[in-house]
Design a protein around this ligand. Structure first.
Ligand code: SF4
Ligand code: ZN
Length: 279
């Protein structure tokens, strides 16, 4: 693998989809894994060289038995990247992910994902970030795409874009600089630059934040089929940008606010606040 080509591909994604703009304050969600670490370093390098933007790292301590070790690695990553870090612990919000998962009989990843999405959006807004960046890679989006087709959640696929614009103050614009990058490329980039990272969370099934067998099956097909997946994903993104921006704007405007916390939800009480009542 050629690191320069990889970097060029990520920088082209940033440029082509206008991911970083002048005076942006970009909140990078750093998990301690290779993908978000690569995203942090590449965004920092791009911001330093091409546009005046502030890069801040954000980490959520999930309060699992190994989470303090993860937090230490994240601190180390941010120290090397020379980026300020904001940390929140789910226990500050009264959340015990494993306990909730047991009581609700829902997979750990489903509860964890809901809490992470909520806190990233909320803390980014509180910190006046203009954008939130995540380390999602090409396979994440392809798995999401095919899973949504199989589960008939077709409209979720309209959000598969390197930049998911926020149209109201309920959300922060999401950017995905590694949209066209493969996880193995992100890993190689970290290794060659001696960036520390931890391998997969024990609650996932080997490929990332997925706990279902269907995702694993899709992943295996993607990995083993010699199809130009990058080109397919590129077409999906072009199609979505061309035809569904108006739809996404209208859908976002319809979303209300939680009666308890004021965060966006389609119900009276948001999913996060409903979890806080579980004892
Ligand atoms: Fe959370 Fe599951 Fe990802 Fe682990 S694998 S961090 S439990 S979503
Ligand atoms: Zn709420």
């Amino acid at each position: 693998m050629n690191v320069e080509n990889y970097k060029k591909k990520v920088f082209e994604t940033i440029e082509k989809f206008n991911l970083i703009e002048k005076n942006d304050k970009i909140f990078v969600a750093v998990s301690g894994g290779k993908d978000s670490a690569a995203a942090l370093f590449l965004l920092k390098e791009y911001a330093e060289n091409y546009v005046n933007a502030e890069i801040v790292a954000f980490h959520i301590n999930l309060n699992f038995e190994f989470s303090n070790k993860v937090e230490e690695v994240v601190k180390e990553i941010c120290k090397i990247a020379k980026v300020d870090l904001i940390v929140r612990n789910v226990k500050e919000y009264g959340m015990d992910i494993l306990k909730i998962s047991k009581i609700k009989k829902r997979p750990v990843c489903s509860i964890c994902g809901l809490i992470k999405r909520y806190l990233i959006n909320k803390v980014a807004k509180e910190s006046r970030a203009t954008k939130v960046a995540t380390g999602h890679h090409m396979y994440d989006f392809l798995i999401f795409y095919f899973r949504n087709i199989l589960t008939k959640n077709f409209e979720w696929n309209f959000k598969i874009l390197p930049k998911l614009k926020a149209y109201t103050d309920k959300f922060v614009t999401k950017i995905r600089p590694l949209f066209f990058a493969k996880p193995e490329e992100n890993k190689y980039f970290c290794e060659i630059n001696k960036i520390p990272f931890l391998t997969i969370c024990p609650y996932s099934i080997s490929i990332g934040c997925y706990a279902d067998k269907r995702s694993l099956k899709i992943y295996e097909i993607i990995k083993n089929e010699s199809i130009d997946w990058e080109e397919i994903l590129r077409s999906i993104a072009i199609f979505n940008r061309k035809y569904f921006s108006k739809y996404l704007k209208e859908e976002e405007e319809k979303i209300g606010r939680c009666e308890i916390c004021g965060e966006p939800t389609n119900l009276k009480i948001c999913g996060f606040c409903r979890l806080t009542n579980i004892k």
